[in-house]
Design a protein around this ligand. Structure first.
Ligand code: KG4
Ligand code: ZN
Length: 346
């Protein structure tokens, strides 16, 4: 029996989670999102200060939620990358200090591997082979997975420009909807007609051979911006709900289309969708319908486990610890652009 503590501070959420052998015992989350709304995006210095102020309280709260004492913790996992450097430093420094003070092994883990592991808290261990569509503020990737704790992560495709969440955030800004853009677009789209504005589905039906599973969202974002600009110039009202719904459908079409194709092409029958954008209701609905008709088992964690949190870092830490991997020691730094090759970074 192993109890793993996970710390997440890569962006604007301070998260602490406690996992025992694949079971989430407790967690706590604090967010500085409200402080960034005014600026329309995350301000790194503000986020880092908020992590400093929240981390100890989140630790106490997560342990209380899990009914576990700090002494009962067997291992600590921390996001050491990728993310905002100043934010990552807060979690990494705290994790090192607690590791030394308590004499517990420390594991430096990849943030996105945490997103994938979050699903195992809800749906149990991963099958031998699966495909993961990672859609967050910083990533849009189609990954082929074996053992998440020990095997190399194979990239089938990545975004050529913006990440999916970044596209939602930028389009929301064009539509003058509040940060974070994803939930704002989803809300606005509820009363819109997804067929109102014809928008491109980049790389969905036509692609160069090496871009079969690649994504590109900047053209879609520019098409929305052009549409809005034209409406404003000609004095027409900007139909925010219709544009939001049309954009959301175009993005979802591309994401789900490529993910299902990757599963079919590779003969893999389990698809995971993870990361902040996986909280999107339309994405969940379309992915569920298309997976069903393709005979694919779809796994998407509950929305609370899709956006950044500490439970996901405890989850990947727990898998790594139980795989018997060597700990990272304390001689590592935060790596804001850590490559997604393996779950354990050091
Ligand atoms: O995974 P995450 O919490 O942080 C990163 O690792 O980046 O993802 C944040 C992204 C943001 O771009 C946010 O707008 C998007 O996830 N997001 C959504 C929704 N909720 C969050 N996008 C679409 N629909 C949502 N409901
Ligand atoms: Zn994330």
């Amino acid at each position: 029996m192993t109890i793993t503590l996970g710390l997440e501070t890569s962006c604007d959420e301070t998260g602490v989670g406690v996992v025992r052998d694949g079971l989430l015992l407790g967690q706590a989350l604090a967010s500085s999102m409200d402080e960034h709304v005014l600026y329309g995006g995350v301000v790194p210095e503000v986020a880092a200060r908020a992590h400093l102020e929240s981390l100890s309280g989140c630790l106490r709260q997560a342990l209380a939620d899990a009914e576990v004492s700090l002494e009962q913790v067997d291992a600590i996992a921390v996001t050491s990358g990728p993310g905002l450097a100043s934010s990552l430093h807060v979690g990494v420094s705290a994790a090192k200090a607690w590791s030394v003070a308590l004499g517990k092994p420390l594991y430096a883990v990849h943030h996105v591997a945490g997103h994938v592991a979050a699903d195992t808290l809800q749906h149990g261990p991963l099958p031998e082979r699966s495909i993961a569509l990672v859609v967050s503020g910083g990533h849009s990737s189609l990954l082929m997975l074996g053992d998440l704790a020990t095997d190399p992560i194979v990239h089938l495709g990545d975004t050529l420009d913006d990440a999916a969440g970044e596209a939602f955030d930028k389009v929301a800004r064009v539509l003058e909807l509040p940060y974070p853009g994803g939930p704002s677009i989803q809300r606005a789209a509820e009363s819109g007609d997804p067929g109102a504005v014809q928008l491109p589905r980049p790389l969905l039906t036509q692609w160069a051979e090496h871009q079969r599973y690649a994504f590109s969202f900047s053209g879609l974002k520019s098409a929305v911006a052009r549409h809005v600009q034209l409406a404003r110039r000609s004095g027409e009202p900007v139909r925010t709900a219709d544009i939001a719904a049309s954009f959301q459908d175009a993005a979802v079409d591309v994401l789900v289309g490529k993910a299902v194709a990757a599963c079919v092409d590779h003969g893999i029958d389990t698809l995971l969708i993870v990361g902040g954008v996986a909280a999107n209701a339309r994405l969940r609905e379309v992915a569920s319908a298309r997976s069903l008709s393709a005979g694919i088992t779809l796994r998407i964690p509950a929305p609370r486990l899709c956006t950044d949190n500490g439970a996901m870092i405890a989850a990947i830490g727990d898998l790594i610890v139980r795989s018997g991997a060597d700990p990272s020691g304390i001689d590592f730094g935060a790596d804001s652009s850590a490559p997604l090759d393996r779950s354990l970074l050091v």
